[in-house]
Design a protein around this ligand. Structure first.
Ligand SMILES: [Zn+2]
Length: 443
């Protein structure tokens, strides 16, 4: 029988720990609240959770003395990123040329999603996708599968087996989609209830009532979806809203009696504090008031908005209206699973509107902010005792240009902002999910 070393379930990571205790807002970097930087600290991990975070010059508890230290001095240790809107099957169509949203769906996305009816494709796709999230520094995600129940089952199964925090559900779409990619109200309802019973609350899995977007659901299906949200108050709701102007115009044709695109969802009780709506670029003041009233959030998807030419999301206006905002890759409309790249795009989108997004605000949004708005602050988002050890270790620089630039930085924000702007998944050293290494860069 193999010898098992003591403290196999314990690990110590040493490095510069950065997380956020409050929303830095749109304040200048030096005035922003909530930034917690702990240089040269040890993160003590026991099984799946963080046990303590202590300065490196402080003695370890005696029962930790034999635990080997993983030395990441000079590197950043951050909470794993939380991607609040991303499509598993769309890794197959990322970086597809030449279309806007509605065209892009019909030309590339719907044909690709049809293949996920095959359980083998769904299984392989789920594994590939979760591994891809981890290799981009993301440890939790709110994910669109496809209309096929098997595609969401595969994601749930693989996430549960790896103790990853995942929110997903089979996609509802019963019209305006090709053969092989539509459900019907009765079957969809049965599939959703099955998934709620099988997966919701199991390990770190949560079910989301997942509406593709208003044009792909009949009014009857939207009523059914609202009834599910009412019958199972712990479940999430995810969909798209007001991404592109042609889409907004189409929704007003399809639902002539709705006040607005958002109202199509609101009148069926779909907008609640567990609601995550991607994009929201073209919402009016009335819509924002409805979002605020219900505590729902916008999943801002910068690289997708730029790539599909959808529009410039006004983050500051949305937050000033009291609406929560999280950050998302929206792959495959988005061009990278790496939230660092999406933060750099978010900065540019705000700059186009005369606003300045600090690294503090961007990083908070992708960690503690997302955790808070998802109701998961007691589980993820900080490097804090009691929370899950969902962590990513990052090199500040892996290129000569970045190294040179960082050498000239005069304060921490300048350094971290340059890392955020110039860095990507190549800067990622290792990713832990529930204390277990799920990605490690080849040395
Ligand atoms: Zn999307």
């Amino acid at each position: 029988m193999a010898f098992e070393p003591p403290h196999l379930s314990r690990r110590i990571l040493r490095g510069d720990v950065l997380d956020f205790l409050a929303d830095p807002g749109f304040l200048p970097p030096h005035e922003a609240p909530g930034v917690r930087f702990r240089p040269d600290h040890r993160v003590l991990i026991d099984q799946q959770r963080i046990q303590a975070v202590v300065p490196a010059d402080q003695a370890l508890p005696p029962d930790w003395a034999a635990v080997p230290e993983e030395d990441h001095r000079g590197r950043l240790i951050l909470p794993g990123f939380i991607d609040t809107h991303v499509h598993c099957p769309q890794l197959d169509v990322i970086a597809s040329f030449g279309t806007e949203l509605l065209d892009w769906l019909n030309t590339y996305t719907f044909p690709a999603e049809t293949r996920y009816a095959d359980p083998a494709v769904s299984e392989l796709g789920a594994r590939r996708f979760l591994q891809a999230l981890w290799s981009h520094g993301t440890t939790s995600a709110m994910v669109f599968a496809t209309v096929h129940k098997v595609s969401a089952d595969a994601l749930f199964a693989h996430a549960a087996a790896t103790h990853m925090r995942l929110i997903t559900g089979k996609v509802l779409m019963d019209r305006h989609a090709p053969d092989g990619l539509r459900d019907d109200v009765a079957q969809a309802e049965r599939d959703c209830i099955d998934q709620i019973q099988q997966w919701h609350g199991k390990d770190r899995q949560s079910f989301a009532v997942t509406i593709r977007f208003a044009p792909c659901s009949t009014p009857e299906q939207l009523v059914m979806a609202g009834a599910l949200c009412a019958a199972y108050p712990g479940v999430y709701m995810q969909t798209h809203v007001a991404e592109n102007r042609a889409e907004v115009a189409w929704v007003s044709e399809l639902f002539p009696d709705a006040r607005s695109y958002l109202d199509v969802y609101d009148r069926d009780g779909l907008i609640g504090e567990r609601g995550v709506l991607a994009h929201g670029i073209w919402l009016d003041d009335n819509d924002l008031a409805v979002m605020r009233e219900h505590g729902a959030q916008i999943a801002h998807s910068p690289s997708s908005n730029l790539f599909l030419g959808s529009g410039l999301f006004d983050w500051r206006r949305t937050e000033a209206a009291g609406v929560n905002v999280s950050l998302a890759s929206d792959v495959g409309g988005g061009t990278s699973l790496c939230l660092l790249r999406n933060m750099a795009d978010a900065y540019k989108i705000q700059a186009m509107q005369g606003q300045r997004l600090t690294a503090w605000k961007a990083l908070y949004t992708a960690t503690a902010g997302a955790a808070k708005h998802l109701g998961l602050a007691d589980e993820i988002g900080l490097v804090e005792p009691g929370l899950f050890a969902d962590l990513a270790v990052w090199d500040l620089a892996v290129s000569d240009v970045t190294q040179h630039r960082l050498g000239l930085a005069s304060n921490l924000h300048e350094q971290v902002f340059a890392w955020m702007t110039l860095g990507d998944e190549r800067n990622l050293v290792t990713t832990l999910v529930a204390g277990h290494t799920r990605f490690s860069r080849a040395s």
